[in-house]
Design a protein around this ligand. Structure first.
Ligand code: BMA
Length: 316
């Protein structure tokens, strides 16, 4: 059974009491390696009265030691972001940097909703908002986009988790990971369930953690699963490069489950919530929020996880 190796320097980011907007919790961090710098965006909490989240920025040269910017990177500005912006996920699409993030708002009348929005940045200081990209009222989060890979076509692809899309008409009994195609980066159609909860550690719901990583064996996706006891753990699956609706392999047992103190005890106990990854010297660095309190990293040889996903131990 393959396990991710926790870094000895975990947690790599903790709340900064001297900076109010990130003084209580920093977690669910996403990264983007541009070849020179590893950029990170993370969810930050500065008060518990309203529990409104903001997004902070940090950068690193080695993937372990991160330097933070004092100023908040993204904070709720739009009406649809009113109750907070959470869980950023960084992606490169056609050489541009995008970030998806969860928005909480009640702005749809009588329909308290969770949606996911998209923004674009050139410098990690300025963000151009492209608006909500999920279907209103579907309680949709854990949204990641593929880098564009079908040359000569206009189709973009997305993985997402619309929590209200359950029941016979949706062909899934539990909140699942869906795949969708878009003719533009903000307009997705052809939604279908792709990966559904199967094991006990993911029995309640699953959602994508890390944007798909292109490898020679397929798209590698790290995801989270939630058990009926509300324990969050991390798993992985591999999708066909040309036809990502085809699953090539999937972990049966978690790659990482809460064990360390910083994963067991925090603002929400027993949470390992992967949201980012990058490859450094053939090693996959998986970044995750622990117990909704701190940021952590765990690693595995890229080849090892790919071989594992394609082996009998893992076949879906
Ligand atoms: C999810 C999100 C995450 C959080 C996780 C565990 O629904 O809210 O931001 O880390 O729950 O509490």
């Amino acid at each position: 059974m393959l396990q991710l190796d926790r870094s000895k320097v975990n947690p790599i980011l903790v709340p900064d009491e001297s900076n109010w907007w990130e003084s209580k919790a920093v977690f669910n961090c996403s990264v983007l390696n541009d070849g020179k710098t590893i950029h990170m965006l993370y969810r930050a909490i500065g008060e518990y009265t309203n529990y409104v989240s903001r997004i902070g920025y940090a950068s690193s040269n080695d993937g372990l030691s991160f330097t933070r910017k004092k100023e908040v990177a993204l904070y709720p500005e739009m009406d649809y972001e009113r109750y907070g912006i959470e869980d950023p996920r960084l992606m490169t699409i056609e050489k541009e940097t995008y970030v998806t993030y969860v928005v909480l708002s009640n702005y749809v009348k009588n329909n308290p909703s969770v949606s996911t929005a998209l923004a674009k940045t050139d410098d990690f200081s300025h963000y151009k908002r492209l608006g909500i990209i999920t279907i209103l009222g579907s309680d949709d989060k854990d949204v990641v986009l593929f880098p564009k890979f079908r040359e000569g076509t206009s189709s973009y692809m997305m993985l997402h988790r619309p929590s209200t899309w359950v029941g016979p008409e949706y062909n899934t009994e539990k909140p699942s990971i869906w795949i969708a195609e878009g003719d533009s980066i903000t307009n997705f159609k052809k939604h279908s369930p792709l990966v559904k909860p199967e094991q006990s550690w993911e029995a309640l719901k699953i959602g994508v953690g890390v944007p798909p990583i292109r490898t020679e064996k397929g798209w590698l996706v790290i995801y989270h699963g939630v058990s009926t006891e509300h324990v969050y753990s991390a798993g992985a699956f591999l999708l066909d490069i040309k036809e990502p609706r085809k699953i090539l392999g999937r972990t049966k047992a978690p790659l990482l489950a809460p064990e360390e103190d910083y994963e067991i005890k925090g603002d929400v106990n027993n949470v390992v919530f992967p949201t980012g990854a990058c490859i450094l010297d053939n090693e996959l660095f998986v970044y995750y929020g622990a117990a909704d309190k701190v940021c952590c990293v765990a690693t595995v040889e890229l080849q090892e996880i790919l071989d594992y996903l394609l082996s009998d131990k893992c076949s879906s």
